[in-house]
Design a protein around this ligand. Structure first.
Ligand code: ADP
Length: 485
């Protein structure tokens, strides 16, 4: 099967969060199953040309503008899976991917061109994809393009379109008049209005949902949650209407990259049977993160690696973690960036507790791996979490996740107290600082009991969510759609 995947992010090329990890891991999983994935990605300023070749030049003609796109060909690291990079300075050569905090004003055009170019590349190369795999609102417009603009093109006549939703909070609300000019879809005048406009505004995710052959939410838990007002982000009735084509497939991990025995970002390696490297790594991480007059090194070490948004539950950390830092029962290492309010919060926290809290602002791949691998507990008190990958990575390194019972966290982390045989983390339910504090106290007690902590670590390290299982479920879904011709 030929599977065309277009995404706004791709690991080792351009990454903000888990979308990048999955956009790379899924094709690797598909290729191992004998399929032919093809990836299309914008060539952002952060992507170098060193390992790529120019392939084709093409013109994307729109009614309001035209763009010349040079297409480079590269590969996913350690594979021959092709990655077609769209080089178009005026659209993609910018410091960031999305233009935070409010997004670039022309994101409508930038992501529309990404989708359109994906089809044009297939035409230039005479490739007929069996499946088009769209991810989040950025590439959701692949689906109306498939069903309207390219429906009668022989290369796409049999192609099925699947929208995977990694986060329904981001929907791509665009100006409808500008979007009509960009796309030429006549939704302001004809019967397609209700396919594109939601609450009278253009909504890219909504359009993708309408035109998709199937929708995948990134965990079974999230597939149920989006049907509710609490998690549906205003689209709950739309998800309810399409429940017949809504599937929950749990994200998985490429354990080649996230492996404590050979992780290329780590200096100290270890395994479930030989944890010495984890403790040596912890010591080095502590020495790097704190000054000499730090807390006692034997305290339980907590880690956070996150995009800073209200989704990640940092609001309940505020007013909770201070008591533990104050009474010197934990140390905390934080890596992340995003909303100003949280950056400021952690900056102040570090100032207040310099011997117990270390904060690094920004994006740092090797520090992220070190925190996930070498801390004792990983904090993820999310308000909502479609799947979450970091808690799964943490478990594979024997770092115990402390999570709220929501979305994909609920599907991957089993509370140790309620399941002493196979519990792999600590779980709380209510979104409150008090509940989180109780969970942190439980973590401190576990840490004090070496035997119990060791069982927890072994349980966590035995919890596996391989990308092969995810890739297989997607393929089953693709097959079932292809049978419906
Ligand atoms: P989300 O996709 O909501 O951001 P996930 O847990 O699914 O959350 O995935 C986050 C991914 O981004 C992980 O690979 C994590 O290691 C990485 N990440 C998040 N913040 C940073 C950061 N500041 N520096 C490096 N990696 C980060």
């Amino acid at each position: 099967m030929t599977i065309l995947l277009a995404s706004a992010e791709l690991e080792h090329f351009a990454k903000v969060g888990g979308l990048a990890d999955i956009s790379a891991a899924l094709p690797i999983g598909w290729e191992k199953l004998g399929h032919d994935p093809i990836i299309v990605l914008p060539k952002y300023a952060c992507i170098s040309e060193s390992d790529s070749i120019t392939l084709i030049d093409m013109h994307i003609e729109l009614s309001i503008c035209s763009h010349t796109v040079h297409v480079y060909k590269s590969h996913i690291q350690h594979t021959m899976i092709p990655v077609y990079l769209l080089d178009c300075d005026e659209l993609y050569k910018r410091p960031g991917i999305y233009g935070n905090p409010d997004g670039y004003v022309d994101n409508d055009l930038r992501f529309y061109v990404l989708c359109k170019a994906a089809f044009e590349i297939m035409i230039k190369l005479h490739i007929s994809p069996d499946v088009i795999s769209a991810h989040d609102y950025h590439t959701a417009l692949l689906l109306p393009l498939l069903k309207l603009d390219y429906a009668h093109h022989p290369l796409f006549a049999r192609t099925k379109g699947i929208l995977t939703i990694h986060n329904a909070q981001y929907q791509g609300w665009y100006d409808k008049y500008r979007m009509q000019d960009i796309s030429n879809w006549d939704f302001l005048n004809d019967s397609h209005e209700s396919w594109f406009l939601f609450n009278n505004s253009f909504n890219a995710l909504y359009a993708g949902i309408n035109f998709s052959d199937a929708i995948v939410a990134v965990s079974p838990g999230y597939a149920k949650e989006v049907l509710t007002e609490q998690f549906g982000e205003g689209l709950e009735h739309v998800f309810q209407q399409y429940q017949y084509k809504l599937h929950g497939i749990l994200n998985g991990v490429n354990y080649e990259s996230w492996n404590p025995e050979k992780d290329e970002y780590l200096n100290k390696h270890f395994s479930a049977d030989h944890l010495e490297g984890k403790y040596e790594g912890k010591q080095i991480l502590i020495e790097r993160s704190f000054s000499k007059n730090r807390h006692n090194d034997s305290l339980p070490l907590f880690g956070i690696v996150s995009r800073f948004t209200s989704q990640k539950g940092l609001d309940i950390l505020d007013g909770c973690i201070e008591q533990f830092l104050h009474e010197e029962t934990v140390s905390l290492i934080v890596l992340g960036s995003g909303d100003e309010i949280y950056q400021e919060y952690f900056t102040q926290l570090q100032k207040r507790f310099p011997t117990a809290c270390s904060y690094t602002q920004g994006y740092d791949e090797s520090l992220a791996h070190a925190i996930l691998a070498y801390t004792d507990f990983f904090l993820m008190p999310s308000a909502f979490e479609p799947c979450g990958l970091t808690q799964i990575y943490a478990m594979n390194y024997g770092t115990i996740p402390i999570v709220r019972k929501v979305g994909g966290l609920k599907d991957t982390v089993l509370d140790f107290d309620s399941n002493p045989m196979n519990g792999n983390g600590l779980v709380f339910t209510d979104f409150s600082s008090e509940e989180l504090a109780k969970c942190i106290r439980r973590a401190i007690s576990c840490h004090a009991d070496k035997q119990m902590m060791n069982i927890l670590i072994q349980n966590a390290m035995q919890s596996h969510f391989p990308i092969s299982a995810t890739a297989e479920q997607f393929v089953k879904l693709f097959d079932s759609l292809r049978d419906t011709h």
